[in-house]
Write a protein that binds this ligand. Structure first.
Ligand code: ATP
Ligand code: MG
Length: 395
């Protein structure tokens, strides 16, 4: 039996003249993502992308599973393909949809006839197929308003038979909104932030600050594992790891303790600016949520943003921890995030951090440091790796 995948694009419908560019990007993303699972052909037709395997070698289950996580897709379904011949349609429909129809209590048939030369009109196709299905599955009842399953029969170049459409990952095709730099820690929030911005079409580049020997190699691997989960949705992510030890030690030696965290965060921003400029990123992304900790009060965030040279996207900003955790479970990062490895933020946490820091005081407190020298030394020590859904691709 020949089977294809039908993909409905999502918000793309809103994009007017840009539409075909967005669609091309979506097709490119899908093509790239299902490449490991076989050879496929792609065709666009009326806000649907039709994916056809070239031979029997293609792993359709794996391809469909992958497609469920590609952004820019409103819905998708598998369909059986046969000739435009009523007898063949009637023979195939009960066999192809058997499992779904056995589970359903009610159904309806929806026929679409793009080929107007087909001898039966849409209502006639629906009635005939419906009759056949009732005959084969006597437990079923027709419900035209709210059926458990809608059987769709489409007459195009060939006849397509399919069951319910499944909900796609939504959002915009990755890359269609440009590139952003995600500041990724080992915590719960930043992987969720990464996922949320990828969903809006942002291609992700990662930056992680590591402070060995205070932070372990295992803490870095944890970040790789987290990004690998995010990459299942966003596609591969290049991660840059910045040596942060010298900066943290000098902050501890030279600055008032109550400003440690805020000064450290400003260094993170400065190094992120440098990397964003060099990697063609146009926004910084963090997992911050207002009032969650001392460094995330409005005034503290203001002091951090004062050194940012790009818009800072904080998609978790108005979310409760519970809401963030719900998403982290959905994308399967939660169980990795809760593994207990020290992050650089927890290494030198002040006992009484300033919750209402004033920018001039912070700037004054930083004066003891050679900011430029520290940043350029850390920047020179950056290491990069490529992370895919399967793990670290190369080091
Ligand atoms: P998360 O759960 O993402 O770690 P958090 O609530 O623990 O967030 P912080 O540790 O204060 O908050 O960090 C706030 C944000 O700063 C993180 O969401 C992340 O974007 C960024 N960040 C923190 N530590 C690092 C790090 N070591 N490397 C890169 N970015 C970091
Ligand atoms: Mg953290």
């Amino acid at each position: 039996m020949k089977e294809i995948i039908l993909i409905k694009d999502g918000e793309l419908a809103l994009k007017g003249l840009n539409r075909s560019t967005f669609e091309d990007m979506l097709v490119k993303n899908i093509r790239w993502r299902i490449k490991p699972f076989g050879a496929f052909d792609f065709k666009k037709s009326q806000s649907t992308v039709i994916v056809t395997p070239r031979d029997d070698e293609a792993d359709m289950d794996a391809a469909v599973d992958e497609i469920s996580r590609v952004f820019g897709i409103a819905g998708y379904s598998r369909a059986a393909v046969t000739d435009k011949d009523m007898d063949k349609i009637l023979e195939l429909a009960p066999i192809y949809l058997k499992d779904q129809l056995m589970e359903a209590k009610t159904f309806k048939v929806n026929a679409k006839r793009s080929d107007k030369k087909f001898p039966l009109k849409s209502p006639e196709i629906s009635a005939t197929v419906g009759g056949k299905l009732l005959e084969c599955f006597p437990h079923l009842k027709v419900d035209v308003k709210n059926p458990d399953i809608i059987v769709t029969v489409e007459i195009r170049d060939e006849a397509y038979i399919r069951g319910n459409q499944l909900k796609g990952a939504g959002g915009m095709p990755c890359g269609s909104s440009g590139r952003g730099l995600i500041l990724i820690s080992g915590g719960i929030d930043s992987p969720v932030a990464a996922y949320m911005m990828a969903k809006r079409g942002i291609e992700l580049v990662g930056i992680h600050f590591a402070s060995p020997p205070y932070t372990s190699l295992r803490a870095e691997e944890k970040v790789h594992d987290l990004l690998s989960k995010v990459a299942r949705y966003s596609g591969r992510i290049r991660l840059y790891t910045v040596p942060f030890t010298e900066i943290q030690e000098l902050i501890r030696e030279s600055c008032p303790e109550e400003y440690f965290t805020i000064i450290m965060r400003r260094f993170m921003m400065r190094l992120s600016n440098m990397l964003a400029h060099n990697t063609d990123c146009h926004a910084l992304i963090t997992g911050e949520s207002v009032a969650q900790v001392a460094s995330q009060t409005m005034l503290a965030l203001g002091c951090t943003d004062a050194v940012a040279e790009f818009p800072v996207f904080r998609p978790c900003i108005g979310m409760d921890k519970e809401e963030i955790i719900k998403i982290s479970r959905k994308i399967d990062t939660f169980n990795i995030s809760i593994q207990p490895f020290e992050d650089c933020c927890t290494v030198f946490t002040p006992k009484h951090p300033k919750t209402r820091p004033q920018l001039p005081d912070v700037v004054e407190a930083e004066k003891a440091l050679d900011i430029e020298g520290l940043c350029s030394r850390a920047y020179e020590g950056i290491k990069q790796i490529l992370i895919t859904a399967d793990g670290v691709e190369y080091v």
